[in-house]
Design a binder for this molecule. Structure first.
Ligand code: H79
Length: 433
């Protein structure tokens, strides 16, 4: 697993003058940065197989057999509402739903395909259900769309046959037009796997994204359509994009995007998710955490349990995560148990091991104004003493006030930018290299 490259978290240089394109991007990305944490949902025919969303490809399952699964795809009513409620309870602020994955099964009433959830088995428009549910819970709405299509007759032929490419692009553009026209406001378009065509020109991506933006003026588009667009998308890893570039880590809970009934211990646990959320926030990124609902639409209990605990934690400590968290830099971890996020002149110390009744942070710089311990009952002022060597804070309770996940937050408000580096003492070195 990778972690942000601390050395890359340099402090923002003097703000250069932004071009209009950059300024527009900055404006439309504001809510997204402040939201920080989103829910990814992979759900489709592959969920009925329950062995990863690539099963049809990897196991060479015949198409007739695969699409026959649609006949038994009978999810319960209102499942999308369950996901949206769970996302809200988890403290997630946006959702991204697989409208069509690589298998070519469209989860809405697409007019340009025969393989849809409306025409086949379920007889339902899941995109419509999802969008309504997300909106109802106050979530921003994202749509995932796979460019690769394993099932479409021109999905591979498009590489060598111009007529096939025309048909395939008409299909892709037709589907995107439907998604961008028929479901009200869409906040995010999350492309995936631009295979097999070699470049953006072959995909007609400029034209397509112009159409998308014309239909959805505020939309944010990811970088998987062979154009950089609005943000970079590391998958199953945490790696910061260069300064000035937005990024989002998409991650599974248990190693599969589609439903897979793995044992509880295969799920990344709540403490680790929080650790990753902190790492990502420190690096100025977003976290899109996936669930793979079961065929009936229910969310696997291990994911529900973890998301619920994380949401309970974020209700109390969310200010260290949401809003105008600055890309970090210069706040080095204290051994392996205190990490940081920063908002302007305020540093949040994330304690995943409790130090006892006093806390001492060596090499801390910045004019400290106020220190408080965040607790479920609200903030509690701490005494502090700060000299060249260290910042000392007390009285802390004997044990971590967070009985839910055992992750505490101490808020250090300063009159200047807080910093903790060991330059001049020991060479600065990233912890994870
Ligand atoms: O939807 C989830 C995954 O199914 C999908 N992205 C997440 C969000 C995905 N995961 N891994 N991959 C896709 C692998 C992609 C492999 C590719 Fe290729 C490399 C596609 C194109 C280049 C190998 C070579 C497979 C096709 C050609």
């Amino acid at each position: 697993m990778g972690f942000p490259q601390r050395r890359e978290f340099a402090v923002a240089r003097k703000t250069k003058k932004l071009t209009k394109t950059e300024l527009d991007r900055k404006r439309r990305m504001t809510w997204w940065h402040e939201a920080r944490f989103g829910m990814f949902i992979h759900w489709g025919l592959y969920s009925l197989i329950g062995r990863h969303e690539w099963a049809v490809n990897q196991e060479r399952i015949p198409w007739e057999e695969y699409f026959a699964l649609a006949d038994t795809f009978r999810p319960k009513a209102g499942c999308a509402r369950e996901w949206a409620k769970l996302a809200k309870a988890a403290g997630q602020k946006y959702m991204v739903f697989t409208t069509r994955h690589h298998d070519g099964f469209s989860m809405w009433d697409s007019q340009v395909s025969e393989c849809t959830s409306a025409k086949m088995g379920p007889g339902r428009d899941f995109v419509a259900e999802y969008v309504a549910a997300a909106r109802e819970q106050g979530m921003r709405v994202g749509l995932y769309y796979s460019l690769i299509d394993w099932h479409h007759r021109d999905g591979l032929r498009c590489l060598h046959d111009p007529a096939a490419r025309r048909r395939f692009l008409d299909y892709v553009q037709g589907q995107l037009r439907e998604l961008m026209s028929n479901y009200g406001r869409i906040d995010i378009l999350w492309y995936d796997v631009p295979y097999p065509l070699p470049d953006a020109a072959a995909w007609e991506m400029r034209k397509t994204n112009n159409m998308v933006r014309k239909l959805q003026p505020g939309i944010i588009i990811n970088d998987r359509g062979m154009l950089a667009e609005d943000y970079t998308t590391p998958e199953e890893t945490i790696r910061a994009a260069p300064e000035g570039r937005a990024w989002e880590t998409a991650m599974t809970f248990n190693g599969s995007w589609g439903y897979m009934d793995t044992p509880d211990e295969d799920y990344r646990d709540a403490r680790h998710i929080l650790f990753m959320l902190q790492q990502i926030a420190y690096g100025g990124g977003n976290f899109l955490l996936n669930i793979g609902p079961a065929p009936d639409g229910s969310v696997p209990p291990p994911a529900v349990r973890r998301l619920t605990r994380i949401g309970k934690w974020l209700k109390i400590y969310g200010e260290a995560v949401y809003g105008r968290v600055d890309r970090g830099g210069g706040l080095e971890p204290l051994n392996n148990y205190v990490e940081w996020t920063r908002k302007g002149n305020t540093a949040y110390a994330w304690l995943r091991h409790w130090p006892g009744e006093r806390m001492s942070v060596g090499y801390f710089k910045g004019k400290v104004k106020r220190v408080s311990l965040i607790t479920p009952a609200g903030p509690k002022a701490l005494k502090f003493r700060h000299d060249k060597q260290k910042l000392e804070m007390w009285p802390l309770p004997r044990t971590c006030p967070d009985k839910n996940i055992g992750y505490g937050i101490v808020k250090i408000e300063c009159a200047s930018r807080p910093q903790r580096t060991m330059v001049g003492h020991y060479a600065e070195r990233p912890l994870w290299q």
